[in-house]
Design a protein around this ligand. Structure first.
Ligand code: PGA
Length: 255
């Protein structure tokens, strides 16, 4: 099945109002006309409206980096799906930094996935093993658990997006090899095809994330199971992010 790749930039806690706009403008200028790839920028919460306004009507989509599962209530500092709806299309859920530093669990990740889908947002669900888990040969076990738990009681749409992000590769400059990522992603796909059926499994987009750069994107995108990338550091420079998008479009067109 032909799957449209997704290249999403996770800006994390970077940029100011001014540099956010500048980066949106520069990326848009470079890749507005690139077809065959879904292109997403995920700036910090305070800049989402501004980014969405700036990119309105164009081909670049906006995503949030997190959300709360309740629609409203006494949850100081949190942001709900009704607040995001109409501003963003995508939302990153369960990023390993949120799991590690903000106590997110498989259970809260599952609540978020369900709430996002119910609100008509498109989740990018993150899964991935730590260095320790890989050393202990527990990668498969972790990926199976994280995928299954996150998708429990979920009505999975076609083309759902998961990002495989090995924690040891994030922000370290030590990207996984294309072959390693391809193998892990094949496992993730099988964990979706099992309970949800072959069609959902085959339509699932699984991105690779972890030290993706303009220099190594080709290695990932060429792999049969890899349907895009979740990019951290390299998305903060318009040139490298645009190059990642351009290469992905070119390579996936010939896949
Ligand atoms: P990185 O981050 O590209 O800087 O490794 C990826 C991510 O955390 O999504």
């Amino acid at each position: 099945m032909r799957r449209t790749p997704i290249i999403a930039g996770n800006w994390k806690m970077h940029t100011t109002a001014e540099s956010c706009l500048e980066l949106c403008r520069a990326v848009r200028e470079r890749v507005e006309d690139v077809e065959g790839v879904e292109k997403v920028v995920c700036p910090p919460f305070p800049f989402l409206i501004m980014a969405a306004e700036h990119l309105k009507g164009g081909s670049l989509k906006v995503g949030a980096q997190n959300m709360h599962w309740e629609e409203k209530g006494a949850y100081t500092g949190e942001v709900s799906t009704p607040m995001l709806r109409g501003i963003v299309d995508f939302v990153i859920i369960g990023h390993s930094e949120r799991r590690a530093y903000f106590c997110e669990t498989d259970e809260t990740v599952n609540k978020k996935v369900r709430a996002a889908l119910a609100a008509g947002l498109r989740p990018i669900l993150c899964v991935g093993e730590t260095e320790r888990e890989r050393e202990e040969v527990r990668t498969d076990e972790v990926l199976i658990r994280q995928t299954r738990e996150a998708l429990k009681d979920v009505e999975l749409p076609l083309g759902f997006a998961i990002a495989y992000e090995p924690v040891w590769a994030i922000g370290t400059g030590k990207a996984a090899s294309g072959a390693t990522a391809n193998e892990a992603i094949g496992l993730i796909r099988s964990q979706v095809a099992g309970p949800f059926g072959e069609e959902k499994g085959q339509s699932l987009r699984v991105l690779y994330g972890g030290s993706v750069t303009a220099e190594n994107i080709a290695e990932f995108i060429s792999e049969p199971e890899i349907d895009g990338a979740l990019v951290g550091g390299a998305c903060l420079k318009a040139d490298s992010f645009a190059s990642i998008i351009e290469q992905s479009a070119r390579i996936s067109a010939s896949k």
